[in-house]
Every structure is written in C-alpha cells, then in structure tokens.
Design a protein around this ligand. Structure first.
Ligand SMILES: Nc1nc2c(c(=O)[nH]1)N[C@H]1C(S)=C(S)[C@@H](COP(=O)(O)OP(=O)(O)OC[C@H]3O[C@@H](n4cnc5c(=O)[nH]c(N)nc54)[C@H](O)[C@@H]3O)O[C@H]1N2
Ligand SMILES: Nc1nc2c(c(=O)[nH]1)N[C@H]1C(S)=C(S)[C@@H](COP(=O)(O)OP(=O)(O)OC[C@H]3O[C@@H](n4cnc5c(=O)[nH]c(N)nc54)[C@H](O)[C@@H]3O)O[C@H]1N2
Ligand SMILES: [Mo]
Length: 700
C-alpha cells in the first residue's frame, strides 16, 4: 500500500474523490469531493454508504470555509506574548518539535512522566487520528492517562453494564416500528439521517413520542411530547417501567429467560408512581400514563436513546432505566423493536487491540475536571498539556477555571489544531493539523453500521501534518520507537533527537498498515461491515435484529437490569434532586446545534449567540426578544442576546453547545456556568446541571 502521506493530485483538471466524513456525529456520511487545480470545489453526498442518500449536513458541505479560512493554522509557531493573547512567531517544524522534546524531557526529569497530560477527544472520530500512534507515544512515555468522559461516559457505562457491546436498531429499521420514542436526542441537528426514517414510519402509521425539555423539530410533529424538566428522566422511565409491571405489559417470559435483576428493578420503579414522576418532571400525569400505555401495547417499538439525558447528575441511572424499557416490555426479537444507543463499542476496535504497548498504571485525570487538574493537582502538577482533537476552552466544564489553569506561566501547552481556537490562543507551541480532506483515516459510524475509508482530496494546506505523522515523528525523536514502528532496543539510552526534517516527515504505515489494508479490501464502494462480530452486523450484511442476530455481551450473556458494580454506592437507580437555588432558579442546557459540531466550525458562526427563554420567564424579568442579557451563577457570567420562544419549557433556558468566545459579548460561553461535578455512573460531564439567573443587560 502506498505511503498515505503522498497525495498526488488525481489530475490537474476536475476530479471527484469518494471519501467519508469522520467527524463526531452518528451518521458517518459518504462524501463525493470535487477538486479542481488542487483545490476543493464542492462537497456533496457520496454513494458508498447507502444511508447517506442525497443528504449531507450544511456544515460539512461548507467545510472548505474551514480548510481555506482565515482562522486556519498553516505553520508551527511559538508564543511571544502573554498566555491567551494569541501573539505567536513562526518557526519551522524542526524547531517546534525540538522545543517540545526539550519540554517533555525537562518535565519528566523534574516531576516524572506523569506530569505530562495528553488531552484529546472528538475532533475527529476517525480511527487513525486518536488512540493509535498518539496512544503508543504517551503510553511509552509514561504520561498521565486521560479519562475520556466529556461525552457518552454515563450512557456508555450504562449500556456496557446492562447489555455489553450489543448493536442497536439501525436507522433503516425504524420504518418497521409502530411506536418510535426519541429520548434526549435532537436528531434534526445531531444526526439528521434518522429523521427521514422516522417520518417514513409515521406515514406508515407509526406513533412518535419525544421526551425533551425543548420542542425540537421532531417534537413538533410528534403524537406526544413530554417536555420534562432536565435531569428527571430517571423518574419518568422508572414510572413507565412500574406501569409495565403493574398493568400486565411486562414480558415475564422474556424477563425470566434473558435477564437478571428484574425484581430489584421493579422495586426501584415502585418508588416512582406516575403521579410522583410527573410531578418531578413537571409534565402532565395523563400524558405520562398515555406514553406508558402506548409503549406497553405497541410492537414493534423502538427507543432512540440520545445523549441529552446523560449530561446531568442522574444521567447514568436515567440511561439505564431508558435502556431497561425494551427488556421489561418484551420489545426485542422483531425488526424495528428494541433500542439504539451508540454502536461505537460494537466494532471492538480499541487501542489495546491495535498497539503493542499496554496502558501504564499512571495517574488518571478525568477530562471534565481539567480546570481543577491544572490549578490544583500536585505531586506531580500538570507541567505539560498536549492538546489535540479537542478545544477544551470551548467544550469542557468550568471554563473560567480552565482559562485560569491555561494561563499558568509554569505550564507548557502544546496545541495541534486546524484553526486558531480559543484553546490554541493559550498555547506555547501551536502545530498545524490536517483536516479529513487532507489525510487518510477510517470512519466508523456510531449510529450507522459501516466503516469507510477516508482519503485525502487535496494536499495538506500549508505545513499541516496529521496526528499520526506528528506522533510518529515525536516517537522517533524521543527514542520511543524505531523507524519500523517497533520499540527501541533496550540498551538505547536517552531521547534521540532523531532524523532530520526530510526523514521526519515520512509517514510509514507501521501498525495502521493492517487497518488500511483491511479497508482497501472492502467492497469496491469502500464500504463494509468490517470487523463485525456476533454483536455487530450479521454475516449477511443485513442490519441486525436485537435478540435474533445480536445478543447481550455481558459476562453471563443476560441483560443486567440492576447492574451492581456500575454505581459507586451500589444503587444504579439512586436519584439526586435538582440543584436549583433561589438565587439561580433556571436550568441552563446547552445541546448540539446545527451550526457547529461541538465547537468545530465555531469560527464561522456569525453574530452574537441567543439564549432561548420561555415567554413566562422572560416576562417575569421584563426581558424582550433581542435584548442583551446576563446569564450568571456563582461560577461565571455569559453576556449574549435573548430569543423569547415557547420552544423551551418554562424554567429551562438554552444556549448552543460549542460556542467560541467570539459569539458572546464577554467571551464566556455556556461552559463558564457549568459545574465540574461528575455523574455518579461513568464520571460524565454535567453540562445540563448548570443553574442560572438571567437579567436584562441592555436594549438596542
Ligand atoms: N450538528 C451537530 N451534530 C452533532 C453534534 C453537534 O454539536 N452538532 N455533536 C455530536 C455529538 S459529540 C454528540 S454526543 C451527539 C449528541 O446528540 P444528541 O443526542 O442530540 O444530544 P444533545 O444535543 O446533547 O441533546 C439532545 C436533546 O436532549 C435534550 N435534553 C437536554 N437535557 C435533557 C434531559 O435532562 N432530559 C431529556 N430527555 N432531554 C434533555 C436537549 O434539549 C436536546 O434537544 O450529536 C453529535 N452530532
Ligand atoms: N456546554 C456543553 N459543552 C459540551 C457539550 C454539551 O452538551 N454542552 N457536549 C460535549 C460533547 S458531547 C463532546 S463530544 C465534546 C467535544 O469536545 P471537543 O473534543 O473539544 O470537540 P470539538 O469542539 O469538535 O473540538 C475538536 C477540535 O479538534 C480539532 N481537530 C479535528 N480533527 C483533528 C485532527 O485530525 N487533528 C488534530 N490535532 N485536531 C483536529 C478541531 O479543529 C477542533 O477544534 O464537547 C462537549 N461539550
Ligand atoms: Mo459527544
């Protein structure tokens, strides 16, 4: 296989390259990228993955605006001014990497290797861009480990404990359902291919229930919308489970044959009769009873369990209770019945399977507490922070503390980025990164069921380099790997400042060779259910039916309805009350928006962001459409504009996730108001546990 770094222009004229989008989204679209004279001309839906159809999102269609935009980082640079001010001076890659090697070595000598913290998440969900060459580098170096909890930690822990890695209901099969429940998921923004399947099912007579504090586009066309108060889904789901048991809709034969813990679950549910749960969630008890009845009496019934319900103190238990529903109701075993969560783990592709170096037994830092780690950790302190695939100033809790930590003079921060993010502004060294249109990768859907080859359409912009290439080069320079990718001989002493620039830029395949090779043997259309095992795609390649093609992968193969080890106190269904106070009575949620992917593309967002607020809450504060407002709590303050709309429920205000500093008057975004508390299950982020007050700030 050819060296993936060398990308000869297919032709100087116009050509179209079939590739795929590896960004953090469930859909994993196929793309047809047209290039002329070496430049991007258009990005259109590709034909390889059938699920893409003729629709891709507006964000990726316009990805050329990032690739060639004014925020693009085109060369390495080092800081010349105060931290965070964005004054940098251009250097060569060689100089930048020398400085990094020197700083990594100095930190290791002074504080030990654990003083180095790699910090990375969803920038690219591609298989080659994280947890591969980077993981090998940091493992061999002995750096602190990162608990990657900023997303999907509660849902992941819940799904693992209850079912193990079991494939979910495929989008295509929603058409077969008679009842569709969309729970904590705004697919219209966050994975839009599901929407057409839902609408197709509705045309065929299926009912739609949406459980969301906001009137999302799907909630607007639903038969029933339960606008729950954020953080109350545990109560709601347990109430439905209680009804299933009480009304004879529980599938006792299925429970006996395939599950453990049904009695304990039933007892947990008894604490939440319909009236109490409806009161807690501030919804109509009649509507909740209707939902329970529809769920109990409809088959096939499918639940799309999203991520909105996980991002609060009760998020893990809520996700467990939601995923328990199909087991209690006996909804498995038919096409269009069961649940969909993330298919990510179904692939079984993990760093441990791909690289030869096991994770060292070093300190684990929960990424949701970055601000705390940077400002409080001692023995050792965080001396070097290495950020890639991530924009923590925009995306992690307690933004002011994150900024305070990044401003530390004695912290050395490396940021490998495509664009000058709010985080990159704090870097000591900025390194230019390629986009998925400039490097090879493999994209696996976590909603979709296919793996696709991502291939470069254009040569890297400026001096940008891929993650794989960067960490290989660093590994060579530090003497952590040999040129063939293996470990250096034991007798090799000290860091090796390595080969010169021309050789350092070489990207040999090493262990990614096997993956790329497998990808190259996919069917001609580059799509395939690669590495699918018994819990993924059936050998026929058809989408799996739960409990026909795929089964729980728990240790005893049974559904664990009351998993014991998952909550530290042993009670998976414990419930914490709302953290609102008189001073900060409003719940602030910050879900995905259609304009960015997390914070990716935030550099292109025009104007000042709008806080969505219910008319009742606005009137009570003499706030009107278009006003400037202060949104604040004890942690921080966001100054932005307001949109008064019944789209959100009373008592809940909404800011988009992923805003950059440029999108508010004072440079703070929702995460300035988000506590760095963790979900008890999974140690996940509590983005939607921010409680705030809102005041009029100004009027045009
Ligand atoms: N366009 C776009 N697409 C994306 C992303 C993006 O940023 N932009 N992000 C990607 C990523 S990283 C992820 S993880 C997924 C997330 O995709 P989703 O699963 O859609 O998750 P969220 O956007 O966090 O929230 C979904 C819905 O949950 C609601 N919600 C908030 N709190 C609660 C609650 O307590 N209970 C209930 N029932 N609902 C609640 C919100 O109002 C929102 O409508 O989307 C991916 N796709
Ligand atoms: N308030 C609030 N905050 C949230 C959420 C929320 O619901 N509310 N949701 C959270 C969720 S679900 C998630 S997943 C996280 C995501 O948080 P992050 O992981 O920070 O994701 P992004 O904001 O997309 O930033 C990723 C960065 O990686 C860069 N990047 C992309 N590809 C590459 C590459 O190949 N190499 C390198 N070196 N860099 C690359 C991009 O340019 C981008 O700046 O945000 C979380 N933040
Ligand atoms: Mo996410």
């Amino acid at each position: 296989m050819a060296d993936p770094k060398v990308t000869p222009p297919r032709s100087w004229g116009r050509s179209t390259i079939q590739t795929a989008c590896p960004l953090d989204c469930p859909d994993s679209c196929s793309l047809a990228v047209t290039v002329e004279r070496g430049r991007l001309v258009s990005i259109e839906p590709g034909t390889a993955a059938p699920g893409t159809g003729d629709v891709i999102c507006g964000k990726v269609r316009q990805f050329d605006r990032r690739v060639y935009g004014s925020a693009r980082i085109t060369h390495p640079s080092i800081r010349t001014g105060p931290k965070g001010h964005g004054h940098f001076e251009r250097v060569t890659w060689h100089e930048a990497l020398d400085l990094i090697v020197q700083q990594l070595t100095a930190a290791r000598d002074r504080f030990g290797a654990e003083s180095v913290l790699p910090y990375y998440y969803g920038g690219s969900n591609g298989l080659l861009t994280s947890d591969l060459e980077d993981a090998r580098f940091f493992r061999r170096f002995g750096a602190s480990r990162l608990a990657r909890t900023v997303c999907a930690a509660p849902t992941g822990a819940a799904a693992r404990a209850m079912y193990g890695p079991m494939g979910g209901v495929a989008y295509d099969d929603y058409a077969a359902a008679r009842l569709i429940v969309i729970w904590g998921c705004n697919a219209s923004a966050s994975g839009l291919h599901l929407v057409s399947h839902v609408k197709r099912a509705q045309k065929a007579g299926a009912r739609l229930v949406v459980i969301d504090p906001r009137r999302t586009p799907l909630a607007r066309v639903a038969d029933l919308h339960l606008p729950v108060r954020p953080g109350t889904d545990l109560a709601v789901a347990l109430a439905v489970i209680g009804e299933l048991f009480a009304r004879g809709w529980a599938d006792r034969a299925f429970l006996a044959a395939h599950t453990d813990g049904a009695d304990q679950l039933r007892r947990a549910a008894e604490a939440w009769p319909i009236a109490r749960a409806a009161d807690e969630a501030a919804i109509d008890p009649g509507a909740l009873a209707t939902f329970a009845e529809w769920y109990g009496t409809s088959t096939p019934a499918v639940i799309r369990c999203g991520w909105g319900q996980e991002r609060n103190r009760n998020g893990g238990g809520a996700s467990l209770a939601i995923m328990a529903l199909p087991a209690v109701g006996g909804k498995f075993g038919v096409r269009g019945g069961g649940y969909t969560m993330s298919n990510s783990s179904v692939w079984g592709i993990t760093a441990d399977r791909l690289i030869d170096t096991p994770a060292p037994d070093t300190r684990v830092v929960n990424m949701n507490q970055l601000g705390r780690a940077l400002t409080e950790y001692r023995d050792p302190p965080v001396a070097v922070l290495f950020v890639y695939n991530c924009n923590p100033v925009a995306t992690v809790p307690d933004q002011n503390r994150v900024r305070q930590g990044l401003a530390r003079e004695d912290l050395f921060t490396i940021v490998h980025e495509q664009v000058m993010t709010d985080t990159a502004l704090f870097a000591d060294v900025v390194l230019p990164a390629t986009t998925f249109l400039e490097h090879y990768d493999l994209a696996k859907g976590y909603g979709a069921y296919h793996l696709q080859l991502v291939q470069p359409a254009i040569t890297p912009v400026g001096e940008s380099r891929s993650n794989h290439d960067l960490f290989r080069d660093l590994g060579l320079r530090m003497g952590l790997i040999e040129a063939d990718g293996t470990r250096p001989a034991e007798d090799r002493a000290g860091p090796d400042l390595g080969p010169d620039e021309s050789e350092a830029g070489q990207d040999t395949l090493g262990d990614i060779g096997a993956l790329l090779d497998a990808a190259s043997r996919l069917p001609a259309d580059l799509v395939g259910p690669l590495l699918a095992g018994k819990n993924g795609v059936p050998p026929t390649g058809a989408t799996p039916v739960q409990f026909v093609d795929v089964y729980p992968a728990t240790p005893n193969g049974r559904v664990q309805l009351h998993p014991s080890g998952v909550a530290p106190d042993g009670d998976p269904y414990g419930y914490e009350p709302d953290p609102a106070t008189d001073a900060h009575p409003l719940a602030l949620i910050s879900p995905a928006s259609a304009h960015t992917i997390s914070s990716t593309l935030g550099e292109l967002r025009p104007g000042i962001a709008k806080l969505k607020m219910h008319p009742d809450d606005a009137h009570a504060r003499s706030i009107a459409e278009g006003d400037a407002v202060r949104v604040f709590n004890e942690r921080g303050e966001v100054q932005c504009e307001v949109s008064v709309t019944p789209e959100t429920r009373p008592g809940t205000v909404v800011l988009p996730k992923g805003l950059w500093a440029r999108s508010t008057f004072n440079g703070a975004t929702a995460n300035a108001l988000v506590p760095d508390t963790l979900t008890t299950i999974g140690g996940g982020a509590c983005f939607n546990d921010a409680r705030v007050q809102v005041e009029l700030f100004g009027r045009h």
